[in-house]
Design a protein around this ligand. Structure first.
Ligand code: UT7
Length: 330
């Protein structure tokens, strides 16, 4: 009797794409609306400007455009997609999942489509979910999208939060394949997720269908989130490196969530990585929550920095608190 050989599957990245709304709002323009300055925003966060969705332009519009670009980049048709996981905290409607609206707009009528909500860590959560579906053979080709319109949940009179966020979307196309193709182990190597709901009050939206019946506004204790970010991100990147028997020196690109340049610099320092190994988009995009990592991946892939075969470390933390990291061989 011959033993059946089991082929281990790996989720490989075969394409990426992104979309940013046309309207750009500078720090100086915000300084006309709230008591702030370009200097304060740049010094404390690294943010110079942000894109804001047009009236009527929804999360599904942003996500659909990013997904179309990712599919074109992968060179495949939408009909090949059998899983859509959308990371968002700003869905078009309370239900159905905004992923199903994107699915319909892409002309896809089969497979699964659903949203994952882990705020700024959402893209890593969505990636982990899709990766597990693909590794189990429950889907073959996945669109993992991060899309947000945080401008709709900001309190535009609160200078402590309204200057920090922007709108946008990014997407990856993942395809299940043998874990070693041509001797190289490419794709999502591992994902590491954490949550600790005790810190709800540090970052939340003060509304929702089951509480106030209104959408509500984002509320954040910035200093407290900052303190947690530095400690928890340092721990989760160590966890991700150790799981893959890697050290910081092995990483070609740190592609972090873009919440604050000072947090990004702190994690890069801990890993022993200088600026030339870090992708930062915060200056021109601000914090786009679940969209920030795929937007940054797409930027680095499009301008030629990120090359096939390179090792990428992604990390993020946000409301929940929820946080995570992943190592990907591009
Ligand atoms: O993506 C989800 C995860 N989020 C994060 O990771 C965000 C983490 N937190 C942060 O990035 C930072 O804490 C902030 C950027 C939000 C704030 O920076 P900070 O250095 O922690 O400033 P702070 O909150 O300690 O405020 C310092 C001062 C305060 O004035 P006083 O009390 O010292 O007089 C604030 O009132 O800056 C004041 N301030 C501002 N001044 C001008 C707060 N916001 C502004 C503003 N413009 N927009």
């Amino acid at each position: 009797m011959t033993a059946k050989r089991t082929v281990r599957l790996r989720s490989r990245v075969i394409g990426c794409g992104a979309y940013l709304p046309e309207t750009v709002v500078t720090n100086d323009e915000l300084a006309k609306r709230v008591d702030t300055t370009d200097e304060w925003i740049r010094q404390r966060t690294g943010i110079g400007c942000r894109h804001i969705a047009a009236p009527g332009e929804m999360t599904s519009d942003l996500g659909r455009r990013a997904a179309e670009r990712a599919l074109a980049n992968a060179g495949i048709g939408a009909d090949e997609v059998d899983l859509i996981v959308l990371a968002t905290s700003t869905p078009d409607e309370t239900f159905p999942a905004t992923a199903t609206k994107i699915q319909a707009r892409l002309g896809i009528t089969r497979g699964m489509a659903f949203d994952v909500q882990a705020v700024c860590a959402g893209f890593i959560y969505a990636l982990a979910v899709a990766d597990n579906f693909l590794k189990l053979g429950q889907a073959r080709t996945a669109l993992v999208i991060g899309a947000e319109t945080f401008s709709r949940i900001l309190d535009w009179t609160d200078r402590q939060t309204c200057v920090l966020f922007g709108d946008g979307a990014g997407a990856l196309v993942l395809r299940a394949g043998p874990s070693k193709a041509n001797g190289r182990d490419r794709g999502v190597l591992s994902t590491h997720l954490h949550a600790d709901g005790r810190y709800h009050d540090a970052l939340y939206v003060d509304g929702g269908p089951s509480s106030t019946g209104k959408v509500g506004h984002l509320r954040m204790e910035g200093r407290e989130v900052f303190r947690h970010a530095v400690v928890k991100l340092a721990a989760v990147v160590e966890e991700a490196l150790a799981a893959n028997h890697l050290s910081g020196a092995d990483i070609d690109w740190l592609v972090p969530h873009q919440a604050n340049q000072r947090i990004i610099d702190g994690i890069a320092r801990k890993l022993g990585l200088d600026d030339s190994h870090v992708v930062s988009t915060i200056e021109h995009q601000a914090n786009t929550s679940a969209a920030s990592i795929p937007l940054a991946l797409n930027e680095a892939a499009s301008d030629g920095r990120l090359q096939p075969g390179q090792l990428v470390l992604i990390e993020a933390i946000g409301g929940g608190l929820a946080w995570g990291a992943s190592v990907i061989r591009w």
